[in-house]
Ligand binder design. Structure first.
Ligand code: PNS
Length: 164
C-alpha cells in the first residue's frame, strides 16, 4: 500500500524553504499532497486559487521534484479530516528554529489525538532558515527584491502586482 503524506501550509506565497521541504517529502513518501489551508486567524495576501496556481507552477518548474505531488486546498473543517478523506497517515512540516518546534508541538499532539495522524518534521537547507512567507510579503510590499527567497514564478508575480 502506498504511503500518502500531506504537507499543509498557508503558502501565502510559497517560498524556496517550502519547496525544499516538499522536495524532501516527495523523496520519502509514495504520494505527497501539498495542501493550501485557509487559516481564519491570518489575513491573507493572495486568494487560495492564486496560491495553488503559483505552487503548481513552482513545482512544475523545479526539476528536482518528482511527479508524485498533488496540489489541493482545504478550507472547511480540521486538517486531519482531509487526511482521513485521502487516506494520509502522516503530516510533514518544515522546521526553521526552536520557535517552530514550540509552535508545532501542541498541534502534533492534537492531530495524533484527534485522528492518529503523525507528524514528521523536515529541516530545509539552513540557507532558507530565515525565510518565511510573512517576511517575503513585507519585503515585497516595501519594494525589496525577494528573488533569493521565492521560486521564479512567485518573484515574477510579485513584481507584476507591484504598483508602478
Ligand atoms: O503556513 P502556515 O500558516 O504556518 O500553516 C499553518 C497550518 C495551516 C499548517 C496550521 O494553521 C494548521 O495546521 N491548521 C489546521 C487547523 C486544524 O486542523 N486545527 C486543529 C488541530 S491542531
Amino acid at each position: 500500500m502506498s504511503t500518502i503524506a500531506v504537507v499543509p501550509g498557508s503558502f501565502d506565497p510559497v517560498t524556496l524553504g517550502h519547496l525544499d521541504v516538499i522536495r524532501r517529502a516527495a523523496a520519502i513518501f509514495d504520494e505527497v499532497h501539498v495542501l493550501v489551508v485557509h487559516n481564519p486567524n491570518k489575513h491573507a495576501m493572495l486568494p487560495i486559487s492564486e496560491r495553488m496556481h503559483l505552487l503548481q507552477k513552482a513545482i512544475d518548474e523545479d526539476e528536482g521534484i518528482p511527479a508524485n505531488i498533488t496540489v489541493a486546498s482545504w478550507s472547511m473543517g480540521l486538517l486531519v479530516d482531509y487526511c482521513t478523506e485521502v487516506g494520509a497517515k502522516v503530516l510533514v512540516k518544515g522546521l526553521r528554529s526552536q520557535i517552530d518546534v514550540a509552535y508545532e508541538t501542541p498541534m502534533v499532539l492534537m492531530n495524533r489525538s484527534l485522528a492518529g495522524v503523525e507528524t514528521v518534521f523536515l529541516l530545509p537547507e539552513p540557507a532558507h532558515s530565515h525565510v518565511s512567507s510573512s517576511l517575503v510579503r513585507q519585503v515585497a510590499a516595501l519594494g525589496g527584491d525577494v528573488s533569493d527567497y521565492v521560486p521564479r514564478v512567485v518573484a515574477k508575480y510579485l513584481d507584476s502586482t507591484r504598483p508602478a
